[in-house]
Write a protein that binds this ligand. Sequence first.
Ligand code: HAM
Length: 420
Amino acid sequence: MSTFQAPKGTYDLLPPSSATYLAVREAIAAPLRNSGYGYVETPGFENVELFARGVGESTDIVTKEMYAFETKGGDKLALRPEGTASVLRAALEANLHKAGNLPVKLWYSGSYYRYERPQKGRYRHFSQVGAEAIGAEDPALDAELIILADQAYRSLGLRNFRILLNSLGDKECRPVYRAALQDFLRSLDLDEETLRRAEINPLRVLDDKRADVQKQLADAPLMPDYLCEACKAYHKEVRELLDAAGVVYEDDAKLVRGLDYYTRTTFEFVHDGLGSQSAVGGGGRYDGLSEMIGGPSLPSVGWALGVDRTVLALEAEGVDLQLPATTSVFAVPLGEEARRVLFGKVTELRKAGIATDFSFGGKGLKGAMKNANRSGARFTLVAGERDLAEGVVQLKDMESGEQGPVALDAIVSTLQAKLG
Ligand code: HAM
């Protein structure tokens, strides 16, 4: 161990379990790549104002959880707590929305940072794969994204997740609802901080986890009862498209999200095996965000799925991803000459696309075979001086235990044939 440890709320991804993380990222990205989403990558930090304005001045993310700092040059920056504001900023900066090809559909994968109280499933550094469809108001786009996330989770073998769906209305009907909810909250017996939240961000109070608060909220006015005709029709169509696609969801009139930019469709993917940090992913429509950060009107929708929590969900369901072995062939030289010759063969095998590793460090046969076993390789190549004198190496099938000589110049073709 060194003097240092990973900072609080962070952890290292190490082999072999790191392979699961890669596979999860890949599984979430695959349906997006298959559906017209192009890859976008933005910096790990941005102007702090982007998040303050985008995510919302009154959100926990901005007030309590942001890693904000000032550079030596006086720039006020923040490590990104989420991806949506950055991706929209990048799209606007590059004028992607002016290319006459709306919606601009983008996907991303990366690290995000929130100064949260760490616990299982809640980290200060975590990983998301996300998707944003920018510049179109079309219920089919909302449905598409939910369907693709559902497909990603199912392709991983997850079954015990639920989709919670709500509409948060638009700039016409939300203020009316907000006022009604505020009136209701003022009449309750709430602590001071919660009453303050009711003034700044009343919808967040609906998300309060405390039982005594929830009890008082039983008769709270609910957003679906306040939706204007346009929002109602929009939401109906999203639901119909999901029904037609066979995607099962639950209407959750109290679903609010921790970010302020949402309008209309909002959704969360929750997994029942994860305890309190049950949201494995979430998203929704953010029709006003572009204007909030100085852009034109660009109604948009997106989601982000948490990679860390998706891995925990796989563990909770006991899903073992069938990951291909990373090494197919392990080469073990015995002696200097064999080392030179086999190392050359290893390079040839790799060029031929066969995943091959080599026994480094001049180990004896016993130690090298231990490494070969640990590598999970299907075949080993062992060569000593006598083999080389005969122009062969010994090829061992690690599953059947069978072993036999193969001519040096037939190694690549023999292994290609055996590995299919
Ligand atoms: P979010 O709900 O804040 O949404 O995060 C999405 C997912 O990231 C969560 O469901 C969770 O799985 C994961 N996540 C968030 N915080 C943590 C944490 N501290 N530790 C581990 N995992 C975490 C957004 O970030 C929005 N940008 C989603 C979006 C995209 N909306 C529209 N487009």
